[in-house]
Design a binder for this molecule. Structure first.
Ligand code: HEC
Length: 166
């Protein structure tokens, strides 16, 4: 009688340990799954409605982009005409350019790795890479700033494109 009770309690202790282990595994899985979309929305988007990101982006723009793309995002003169030295001048980033024709992921790639990395074969790009100059967060911030300067309709269109491209 006594022996049996000891055995039973040992068995239930083992069962308890197993359940504890399984619930830890489940909790671990839930935490991992929850963290993924979180980190994507906080660091991997250019959010023009985030005033903090836009402010950082404005400073980055003035420092790193304005000399080519123009202090007011207006681009260089005659940006549609090829240069005698090859490639094109810097296009505007406002609504008159074609920056907004591209999804966020491509804008990020062009800024980080330079235009050449995404250009068709034979095209010479004059857009330099910023991977050694800016952090990923700074790149998302400068894109947030650029997007904040677009009219709502343009912003919506580009947003839809970005969602589809994911
Ligand atoms: C040295 C001049 C120069 C600087 C500085 C520069 N760019 Fe550019 N950028 C260009 C040129 C030129 C192009 C046109 C495309 C090409 O030649 O590949 C371009 C194109 C782009 C494009 C693609 C636009 C499109 O419509 O396809 C993006 C996005 C871009 N630049 C972002 C930036 C950002 C953000 C910065 C600052 C962090 C920056 N650029 C700084 C020269 C520059």
């Amino acid at each position: 009688m006594k022996k049996r009770r000891v055995k039973a309690s040992r068995r239930s202790r083992r069962r308890y340990g197993m359940m504890l282990f399984l619930s830890l595994v489940v909790v671990g899985m839930i935490v991992t799954l929850m963290q993924r979309p979180f980190s994507q929305t906080t660091t991997l988007t250019a959010d023009p409605d985030n005033a903090g990101h836009v402010a950082i982006g404005q400073a980055v723009y003035a420092r790193s982009c304005a000399n080519c793309h123009g202090p007011n995002l207006e681009g260089q003169p005659r940006w549609k005409q090829p240069l005698p030295t090859g490639g094109y001048p810097a296009p505007p980033h406002d609504a008159t350019g074609h920056t907004w024709h591209h999804p966020d992921a491509l804008l990020f790639k062009i800024t980080k790795y330079g235009g050449q990395a995404s250009a068709p074969r034979g095209f010479r790009s004059n857009m330099p890479p910023f991977q050694d100059v800016l952090t990923d967060e700074e790149i998302w911030a400068v894109l947030a700033y650029i997007k904040s300067r677009w009219p709502a309709a343009v912003r919506d269109k580009q947003q839809q494109m970005s969602m589809k491209a994911r």
